[in-house]
Design a protein around this ligand. Structure first.
Ligand SMILES: CC(C)(COP(=O)(O)OP(=O)(O)OC[C@H]1O[C@@H](n2cnc3c(N)ncnc32)[C@H](O)[C@@H]1OP(=O)(O)O)[C@@H](O)C(=O)NCCC(=O)NCCS
Length: 182
């Protein structure tokens, strides 16, 4: 399968609806409008994936301070934080890139699109001098977990009821934290 047929492009106000549509049909989580507005901010790492010019996948990530277990302290603007001039303000430097969504439409899976999106994030993480990528994945999503493990991620801990406030119950609400050093 020629991989050149797969290309990545930036998110713009004109194609943000595509990001929404892909997430709606591939992910168990529903994101609010504010999440899609945030996706257009410069501190977000977002790409749409195209297969033969059709939008079929996406990745959205951001730099965070990853301290322990369930604690993800969001860094909303890494550049500002890193260069903050005030000595009285604590300087919180991001130490991980957190993948919020990685999704490929079902009919276009296993064509190398997810791999291309992940490679992009790995390279982007390195350019920020960050050495860890982390994410949550539903504990019941065996296919995605196996996929990430094959890519070199390892399981950290399981977070019970992580997806509960998104209306999921029982085992479906549990999440594993996966991470990889890059
Ligand atoms: C997980 C996901 C992003 C992977 O994307 P994809 O485009 O199908 O992945 P790719 O085609 O790049 O992956 C191909 C590789 O994964 C391997 N693979 C595919 N399914 C696999 C599985 N169940 N277990 C292990 N490896 C698997 C293929 O053998 C192939 O390996 P190779 O590159 O060595 O030949 C995609 O399945 C998806 O969107 N799933 C639904 C949403 C989701 O669950 N997202 C993750 C939660 S954030």
């Amino acid at each position: 399968m020629p991989r050149e047929i797969i290309s990545l492009d930036d998110l713009t106000p004109n194609n943000v609806g595509v990001l929404k549509k892909i997430n709606q049909v591939t992910l168990p989580t529903t994101y609010p409008e504010s999440w899609y507005k945030d996706a257009l901010q410069s501190d977000q790492i977002v790409k749409l994936a195209f297969y033969s010019e059709l939008p079929v996948g996406n990745i959205k990530a951001k730099a965070i301070k990853f301290s322990s277990k369930q604690s993800f302290e969001n860094i909303t603007n890494t550049k500002e934080t890193a260069s903050s001039g005030s000595d009285s303000q604590p300087k919180i430097l991001p130490n991980a890139v957190y993948i919020e969504t990685l999704a490929v439409l079902a009919s276009y899976q296993n064509l190398g699109i997810g791999s291309k999106l992940l490679s992009f994030i790995i390279e982007e993480t390195k350019t920020r001098f960050i050495h860890e990528i982390v994410l949550h994945v539903q504990s019941s999503n065996i296919k995605a977990i196996d996929w990430y493990l094959k890519k070199g991620f390892s399981k950290k801990e399981e977070v019970k009821d992580y997806y509960k406030d998104q209306g999921m119950e029982g085992a479906d609400a549990d999440a594993f934290i996966l991470s990889i050093e890059v």
